[in-house]
Write a protein that binds this ligand. Structure first.
Ligand SMILES: [Zn+2]
Length: 470
């Protein structure tokens, strides 16, 4: 089978945002600017929901969360009310880009892609990403490779432990240390072995956003001017730019270079307590009120029609007859309840009576399939400006200070892509593309057919509809 022999290096930057790289800080970022000038770039629309998991899995498979059956970091394992767990990567029966490449005898090195634990067999080497339970876990394929790199896989390799509690003095040091460790490992391995496809995901951008957003963004409710931490995010992007520059210097001779992110970032303005709201509206009842943490044992399921889990995106589940153990909503009323809740949630107003801007998504409409146990409704509170909480509080609207103490940033729908090619097939601002287009683009780089994947190759459609980036 004929295929292209030049290598491809994909650098994944979790949550890297188009505003900073393409506009605001472009003049301070020579390596990113070089890629933009000599190659192509654009915004990359993420999955619903735009969260690290499932977004990276969609990026490396070309499949949506419904096809993957992965709707978030933890997924429901059965129709009981409490059994949520991370989806083991080796249980997924869906091909990744490195599986497709193997069909063309291409060798891959994959480091740190979120949700790839436990690693599956690959033609090459895989080191799993965050969600790897500990440094002791079997995090490599081939399994024996772990011994060779054990000195690099230690504390603070997969993620900064408990990053929301590290405090601003320490967090940025730990984030840089984590990123350095990961990059050093990739450089070491690339010195010793040859791969056609190399992909490394660096989580640091996301952790830095969450930790320092409120010191930088004037729009954040807790913003204080002249904070000593006001420049941490920008400094991190400039530091990262140097690392990307080193990768160009070392690898561009025999690799094209792609930079991608899984979603963007925005200010977190508050918190929407979804179960509290459901209770106030009569969809949920507790056996007795009091206590704030959501606990399924405290819920009166005989009187509850809907309940939710929290996160950047709220996931709402119905208590369906014949499905949940104590279900009360007849299956025939499911669709009507979806529409009713969607209408009500989208009409929620803030304390000043202005529309909050909630958006709801029906899994059947946004995904091609709904494998595993899909939520009955997905909620972007204030279009992601509010984080969703499962816990109960005085009011469904939690004051921003409750949240801001540890995390000032939420996620936004659009991330980035950039591609530097020796023989450019696309140039300049390509407008907005989709996260599902990355796997087909990588296949196109190697001149492989994309089969039935729904995305398009960025390289094959240079004149497609351009959406001007704002
Ligand atoms: Zn992410």
């Amino acid at each position: 089978m004929h295929s292209y022999s030049r290598g491809l290096l994909v650098i994944g930057l979790d949550a890297a945002d188009p505003r900073w790289i393409f506009n605001q800080w472009r003049g301070k970022l020579p390596a990113f600017s070089y890629i933009m000038e000599k190659g192509c770039y654009g915004a990359l629309e993420s999955t619903v929901p735009p969260t690290t998991i499932p977004a990276w899995l969609s990026l490396v498979t070309g499949r949506d969360p419904g096809e993957l059956g992965v709707y978030g970091r933890r997924n429901r394992r059965d129709y009981g009310y409490a059994d949520f767990a991370a989806t083991p990567f080796d249980s997924l029966r869906i091909k990744t880009i490195w599986d497709y490449l193997d069909l063309y005898h291409k060798r891959s090195l994959v480091v740190g892609v979120p949700a790839t634990f436990p690693p599956r067999k690959v033609n090459g080497i895989v080191i799993s990403g965050n969600q790897t339970p500990s440094a002791e876990a079997a995090c490599t394929y081939p399994p024996g490779f772990k011994q060779e790199i054990a000195h690099r896989i230690e504390e603070n390799f997969f993620d900064v432990p408990d990053f929301r509690s590290q405090g601003p003095e320490r967090l940025h040091l730990l984030v840089k240390q984590m990123t350095r460790k990961r990059l050093r490992l990739v450089h070491d391995i690339l010195k010793r072995f040859r791969f056609d496809f190399t992909m490394a995901v660096l989580l640091g951008t996301d952790r830095i956003h969450h930790g320092y957003w409120r010191y930088m963004d004037k729009g954040h409710p807790e913003y204080t001017p002249d904070s000593p931490f006001g420049h941490v995010i920008m400094d991190y992007y400039t530091w990262l730019d140097k690392q990307v520059g080193k990768c160009i210097d070392r690898y561009f001779a025999d690799h094209d270079i792609m930079v991608v992110s899984d979603h963007g970032v925005r200010t977190c303005l508050g918190c929407f307590a979804v179960n509290q709201w459901l209770e106030e509206k009569g969809y949920l009842r507790r056996k007795q009120t009091g206590g704030s943490a959501f606990d399924s044992r405290d819920i009166d399921w005989s009187q509850t029609r809907a309940w939710a889990t929290g996160g950047f995106c709220g996931r709402i589940y119905f208590n369906l007859q014949g499905r949940e153990p104590q279900g009360i909503v007849p299956a025939s009323q499911r669709q009507a309840l979806q529409e009713e809740l969607r209408r009500e949630l989208e009409n929620v107003t803030d304390l000043q009576g202005q529309p909050l801007g909630n958006r709801c998504f029906l899994p059947k409409r946004v995904f091609r399939k709904t494998n595993g146990i899909a939520p009955d409704l997905l909620l972007y509170a204030a279009n992601l400006a509010y984080r969703c909480s499962a816990d109960f509080s005085e009011h469904w609207f939690s004051a921003p200070e409750e949240l801001a103490a540890n995390d000032g940033a939420s996620h936004s729908q659009d991330g980035i892509f950039m591609l530097l090619q020796k023989e450019p097939r696309a140039l300049g601002d390509m407008g907005k593309w989709s996260i599902y287009d990355i796997t087909p683009t990588i296949m196109d780089h190697f001149m492989m057919p994309k089969g039935r994947l729904k995305g398009r190759s960025i390289l094959s459609f240079p004149e497609s509809t351009r959406v001007v980036f704002r």
